[in-house]
Design a protein around this ligand. Sequence first.
Ligand SMILES: [Mg+2]
Length: 214
Amino acid sequence: MGEAMRLVVFDLDYTIWQPEMYQLYSAPRLTPIDSRSNQALSAEVLEEAKTKKEGHVLTGNSYSPMRVFKGAAFALNEIETMKSLGYDIQAAVASKTDEPSWAQICLRHLVINDNGTTLGSCFKEGMVEISYGSKVNHFERLHRKTGIKYEQMVFFDNEYGNIRDVSTLGVKCYYTPDGMMKEDWETAKTAFGIDLTSSSSSGGTASSCESDLL
Ligand SMILES: [Mg+2]
């Protein structure tokens, strides 16, 4: 048998969310969806821009409020489901974003489902690595903290340079140039032989999780 998937690592800017922090003009803040600047937002944008505060989105004076890519929300929901099913799996962040404090605001407020699960709550203490330099360094730190082998890690990033660097460690890396898609997560699960649909114990939980998102 191959290795188990034990650590799922995500880039933030344009992998988990859009726009990127460098595209914001100010720290993201909660604004009501019925305010003048938000009135033209489509239902699809509002769905991806949900925050834990009902009727509010996070705006950083950009062309768009902060939005979570559907595929990222899907993967994080499934990881939460897998944890509840007893899988030894966790999620982490490896980011070089320009505005770490703004990213922390997004992690605190953006949600991944209708239950109000925040992005930040998907990552345990110490599992959010934000710093400059090669992402190899981020992974070395995550490896030291968790003891998890590189071969048991998965990484999603929209920049090919990061994918190239981190794959030298033996991490399974997936390039997500258009933001994380559900297919990217499915491909990674297949590579590790994970099939949640075939498990009778997981069927109910996994499908109810899915219906939240669709
Ligand atoms: Mg990125």
